[in-house]
Design a protein around this ligand. Structure first.
Ligand SMILES: Nc1ncnc2c1ncn2[C@@H]1O[C@H](COP(=O)(O)OP(=O)(O)OP(=O)(O)O)[C@@H](O)[C@H]1O
Length: 229
């Protein structure tokens, strides 16, 4: 069986006006369905860049990226955009919720693009399931201004989950939250892995990283896997 994600020798070089800078340097990473992986490392070590490559926002300069056994390293943008919406869910430090919409409407927005035609009833069921999965179905009719930061981030996670992605990419999703709320958000993300979704989490928080099945460390663009304690 092929792996879900297989990065081999991924490099990314920034070619500015000055000397080219290597941001990712020969990264190898394999992720299977249902796995949770923390990417840790100092500020500027290349974590967000790696996540951008994984989420097809950016292409590697060398190396290969295989998704479900298919080489997608040099995919044209229009194909990449399709894959992004069919296979990936994204969660960021900022929630990016639309203020004038309710939680349910914010989540439903993710179904508008790329899901083909869904009946109103089907859409509603999918939205409510996603909100339920992150424990906030009772807040479906609330607008973001009436919710706490943790609740808003859970709406953002529900929005990522509603398309039933194979991979969740989360970049510092607890960065704007207090410890307790952050823990609830990590619970919601980890819960998705029990349904077979792979979770790749960039975090500076050691405790959150320790809850993932694996921890990989980026140092100046070089990735190494930590042996579990
Ligand atoms: N578009 C860009 N233009 C110039 N430099 C960039 C660009 N993108 C990334 N960099 C540089 O590449 C390096 C890696 O950045 P990246 O954001 O991936 O690091 P990071 O590990 O996610 O950092 P942080 O933990 O602070 O978010 C940094 O030195 C950054 O300044």
């Amino acid at each position: 069986m092929s792996e879900l994600i297989e990065l081999t020798g991924i490099s990314k070089v920034l070619k500015g006006q000055e000397q080219p800078r290597t941001i990712l340097d020969g990264v190898d990473l394999t992720v299977r369905a249902g796995e949770s992986v923390a990417i840790v490392g100092r500020s500027g070590s290349g974590k967000s860049t790696l996540l951008s490559v994984l989420g097809l926002f950016d292409r590697p300069d060398s190396g290969t990226y295989a998704l479900n056994g298919r080489d997608i390293s040099r995919l044209p943008e229009r194909h990449a955009a399709k894959l992004r919406s069919s296979h990936f869910g994204f969660v960021f430090q900022r929630f990016f919720l639309l203020k004038h919409l309710t939680a349910a409407q914010n989540v439903a927005m993710a179904l508008i693009n790329g899901q083909g035609w869904l009946s109103r009833r089907e859409r509603r069921t999918r939205v409510m399931n996603a909100l339920d999965q992150v424990g906030i179905a009772h807040l479906a009719k609330n607008r973001p201004a009436k919710m706490s930061g943790g609740e808003q981030q859970r709406v953002a996670i529900a929005r990522a989950l509603v398309r039933e992605p194979q991979i969740l990419l989360a970049d510092e999703p607890t960065g704007a939250l207090d410890i307790e709320t952050g823990t609830i958000v990590i619970d919601a993300l980890l819960d998705a892995t029990t349904r077979g979704c792979a979770l790749i989490l960039v975090t500076h928080d050691r405790d959150h990283a320790a809850r993932m099945g694996r921890i990989v460390d980026l140092e100046a663009g070089v990735l190494s896997e930590r042996v579990p304690a």
